[in-house]
Design a binder for this molecule. Structure first.
Ligand SMILES: O=C(O)CCC(=O)C(=O)O
Ligand SMILES: [Fe+2]
Length: 212
């Protein structure tokens, strides 16, 4: 089912689905993201984030209920049958222009399939061979309303990061760009919201009793 979305010229496996969401769905989802209490946001120096499902921890994540507006999207993405377990965690990141994320690996807290819903603005996700952080191996051009699925070698062995810039020049290092009209175009970034949907492997048995 996903085969026609497979991205070539990069390690196994990457799937990229343009217009996975309609504009209406994008607006509704953004509305839900911005409708949460301010205390749900964690402000970092170069982005802010919301953790849903619990905070992953090497001793085990203490599970928290995921709201229906997110669960709906978890189930839509799981419909592609790429996950061996139903995802139990969503990390929402918000990047303003000139914000990004340093090259990193997501590590063993998560199972090795990850889905990203992209909202609000394009960005460019860069990949690095673990031993060579200084040189970009290849990149993906992520458009608003798209879905990215990564698995296996791609997830386990390549660092990923987003440069802190206000615009991106599209070039041939972006392995999922097939429209030659885009090459050399300079695109201004807006505010991007990404939803990273994953399965956290280790769950704590401790149940938090809610007061009452
Ligand atoms: O915003 C993105 O697409 C990347 C987020 C990310 O790499 C992370 O939170 O670990
Ligand atoms: Fe990451």
């Amino acid at each position: 089912m996903l085969e026609k979305f497979r991205v070539e010229n990069c390690p196994d496996y990457v799937y990229y689905i343009q217009n996975f969401l309609t504009v209406e769905e994008e607006n509704l989802l953004l509305k839900s993201v911005y409708n949460v209490p301010q205390t749900k946001w964690t402000q970092l120096s170069r982005r802010r984030l919301q953790n849903w499902g619990g905070v992953p921890h090497h001793n085990g994540m203490i599970p928290e209920a995921i709201p229906q507006w997110l669960q709906t999207w978890i189930e839509k993405v799981a419909g592609f049958q790429v996950f061996s377990h139903l995802p139990n965690h969503v990390l929402i990141n918000e990047y303003k222009p000139n914000e990004g994320i340093m090259p990193h690996l997501d590590g063993p807290l998560y199972s090795s399939t990850i889905a990203t819903i992209n909202l609000g603005s394009h960005t460019v996700l860069n990949f690095y061979k673990s031993e060579k952080r200084d040189k970009i191996a290849f990149s993906l051009f992520l458009e608003a309303r798209s879905l990215l699925i990564q698995q296996g070698d791609m997830y386990e062995n390549y660092l990923h990061g987003i440069d802190e810039r206000s615009e991106d020049v599209i070039d041939n290092s972006m392995v999922n760009v097939h429209n030659n009209d885009l090459i050399s175009q300079s695109l201004k970034r807006g505010t991007r919201v990404s939803l990273t949907i994953r399965h956290v492997q280790k769950i704590s048995k401790i149940k938090i009793k809610l007061g009452r």
